[in-house]
Design a protein around this ligand. Structure first.
Ligand code: ADP
Ligand code: MG
Length: 269
């Protein structure tokens, strides 16, 4: 990736246009309505779902999905459970940020034998995208509330759009709710249950959990799984502790008085 293919200011580059027109042709989406969020690393577009957005092609390019992921892909295809959703298209920007991310990938048994720093910028971005997608598939399969994964290719992920009428569901930091409201307590419990299920059933630690990466769409939904690691990763425990600390701090600020201590939370998970 050179500066020439940088995605700037929400403008859609040729590459993204191509993916979007392909997605329309294959019936994954009906039309793309434009960017709804511009994050540090990614731009998220809103699209109307097509007739065909339940097909999941995680192994399409013959990459090394392990058996677990193969089963996940087969199940997602069989249930075809994405039909009728609006679609979020997350496009990772071509930025150098990913250079320093090796430790999130190399320590993961799924990516053993492919040293991250030996990859080109473009390859790094693609591994990162693939990793987020695979993590989403796993979490979804374990019934952790996450956006349903639909498809990925290169630096682009298609997933269920959370929100209404093209408006993305709020990040929990954006919710207008009285400090100390019992609703905060409910949301806290939902998040803790998700983190525990993610760990126990999906065998993943989120790794960047915060009030930015939790949306509220009737219930709390975890997003942004690029940096998530397997529980076998050497840093998994450290990352889990940090995730739980951030969650605790946020909800304590909202007046949830009965947050668990980090040690209790670690034990709970
Ligand atoms: P980044 O790596 O840039 O933080 P995120 O995955 O967190 O990327 O996405 C950026 C923002 O886009 C999120 O904070 C959220 O507001 C919005 N967003 C992401 N995924 C979805 C989705 N599936 N539905 C609706 N909004 C989303
Ligand atoms: Mg984010």
């Amino acid at each position: 990736g050179s500066d020439a293919d940088a995605t700037k200011g929400g403008a859609m580059d040729q590459h993204v246009r191509l993916h979007i027109s392909k997605a329309i042709n294959t019936g994954l989406i009906e039309r793309c309505n434009g960017a709804v969020k511009q994050g540090k690393e990614a731009i998220v577009y809103h699209a109307d779902g097509g007739k065909n957005n339940g097909c999941n092609t995680i192994l399409e390019d013959g990459r090394d999905g392990d058996d677990w992921d193969k089963k996940a892909a087969a199940t997602t295809m069989a249930t075809n459970d994405n039909v009728g959703f609006d679609v979020a298209i997350k496009v990772f920007k071509r930025i150098k940020e990913f250079r320093g991310r090796g430790e999130y990938v190399d320590g993961d048994p799924r990516y053993a034998g492919r040293p991250f720093r030996s990859l080109s910028d473009r390859q790094q971005l693609e591994v990162w995208t693939e990793k987020e997608y695979r993590n989403l598939v796993r979490a979804h399969r374990s019934n952790v509330p996450v956006p349903n994964p639909i498809y990925y290719k290169d630096n682009v992920i298609f997933m269920r759009f959370l929100g209404e009428n093209g408006w993305p569901a709020p990040q929990i930091r954006e919710i207008q709710l009285r400090k100390g409201s019992s609703k905060w307590h409910v949301l806290y419990e939902q998040v803790m249950e998700s983190v525990a299920k993610l760990f126990q059933d999906a065998r993943l630690v989120h790794g960047d959990l915060s009030e930015y990466n939790i949306l509220e769409d009737l219930q709390t939904v975890l997003i942004d799984f690029g940096q998530s690691v397997e529980v076998r990763h050497p840093k998994a425990e450290e990352l889990l502790r940090r995730d739980l600390q951030r969650v605790n701090e946020f909800f304590t600020k909202q007046g949830v008085t009965e947050t668990m201590s980090i040690e209790d939370a670690m034990a709970f998970v």
